[in-house]
Design a protein around this ligand. Structure first.
Ligand SMILES: [Zn+2]
Ligand SMILES: [Zn+2]
Length: 373
């Protein structure tokens, strides 16, 4: 790589700078001098949710990862909302994103590699011509090229962007009697919030947080980021199990994208929701716990008895996990009438033993960490 930086992309730079300045200066200025209508606040909020969720539920989980399939009506709504989010077409975004997953942290091949620092992964990668435009640019999205909705949005992208970012807010503002106020809130401020919310997933979600499922990539799980990103803050889970339609897997994990997809499925507008089997998720988590304890022992050159005991506890836990999930799997394959009370009791017992072993594992690790650290 040469030392000189690639050429600046003027359109992108101006867009990001001007919209940011507009949100930081004009929006409060207009608020203090003229005030905003309540309608403008509501429309801005709705547009924020629509465009934001179009990126997470549409661009990301539907098109980039095929985590579920959606009715054409839903696809259209997500394609239009995605144009409103102004992050390039579905086709281009998905191509970049699939490359990001495939080559994550590879500074030459991951388009927004976190290894190149916060600024680059957040926004810098879009400001200069880092990406070579070659004929094989879209080789990894051939499936999407067959989708007429995706291709319509790609071919008429500029028009969709103007219609949703300028035309729609101006029209609604005209109807409510404050075009400029509507453009500032539902246009500019809303756009900047959606932009940086998404950008945080590429930057902060690869820097700040925990790695409960894998440390093979820089991605992190972060509940705070999930609040700002429609649930995409559970990024370590996502990079480990990318085709799962969920990012936050616990019911209490804030993941409105997952809730939206589930609601669409309930209405018959989405189907084939893909989920990673629970035992694989649990095994990944336990393997990471083993790894962190092993690392701690190695760092402190601790006695080998601790290590032997740790590995014994782990093997025991893994055996219980496998027994429980194998039986669960077997029973799931059976018809309801084939399941008698004893089968259910057996499964409950296996679960109890597994939970017990898990508690023992946690207690043992807590003792170990207290002793060694
Ligand atoms: Zn992804
Ligand atoms: Zn990532």
């Amino acid at each position: 790589m040469s030392d000189s930086k690639p050429r600046l992309i003027l359109v992108n730079t101006l867009l990001f700078v001007l919209t940011f300045l507009g949100a930081a200066v004009l929006v409060p200025l207009y608020g203090f001098s003229q005030g905003y209508q309540t309608e403008a606040l509501w429309v801005a909020f709705l547009f924020w949710a629509w465009s934001g969720l179009s990126i997470t539920a549409g661009y990301h989980r539907l098109w980039s990862h095929k985590a579920y399939s959606a009715h054409p009506v839903v696809q259209w709504l997500l394609a239009i909302g995605g144009a409103m989010a102004l992050q390039n077409s579905i086709l281009h975004w998905s191509s970049d994103h699939r490359r990001h997953h495939k080559h994550v942290d590879d500074n030459d091949r991951d388009p927004y590699s976190a290894g190149r620092g916060f600024w680059f992964s957040h926004i810098g990668w879009m400001l200069r011509e880092y990406q070579q435009v070659t004929p094989d640019l879209y080789n990894n999205v051939r499936d999407l090229q067959k989708n007429p909705i995706v291709m319509n949005q790609h071919n008429h992208y500029g028009k969709w962007v103007l219609a949703t970012n300028v035309g729609l807010p101006a029209l609604i503002g005209w109807m409510t009697g404050d075009v400029l106020g509507m453009l500032l809130l539902a246009g500019v401020l809303r756009l900047v919030l959606v932009h940086h919310g998404t950008f945080f997933i590429n930057s902060l979600a690869h820097i700040w947080g925990t790695q409960p499922f894998s440390d093979k990539h820089s991605s992190r799980d972060n509940g705070v980021l999930a609040l700002l990103t429609f649930g995409e803050g559970y990024h370590n889970f996502h990079h480990t199990f990318e085709y799962d339609y969920r990012n936050g897997i616990r019911w209490w994990h804030f993941d409105p994208t997952k809730w939206l997809i589930r609601a669409l499925a309930k209405m018959g507008l989405a189907k084939d929701l893909r989920k990673v089997p629970a035992d694989r998720i649990e095994s990944a988590r336990l393997a990471m716990q083993l790894k962190s304890s092993q690392r701690l022992l190695a760092e402190h050159h601790s006695a080998s008895e601790w290590l032997t005991k740790l590995e014994e506890e782990y093997d025991r836990l893994l055996a219980e996990l496998q027994r429980y999930y194998a039986e669960k799997q077997r029973q799931l394959a059976l018809h309801k009438h084939e399941l008698d009370r004893s089968a259910r009791a057996q499964l409950a017992e296996l679960r109890q033993t597994f939970e017990h072993q898990k508690r023992q594992w946690q207690t043992f690790r807590a003792q170990l960490h207290a002793q060694v650290a």
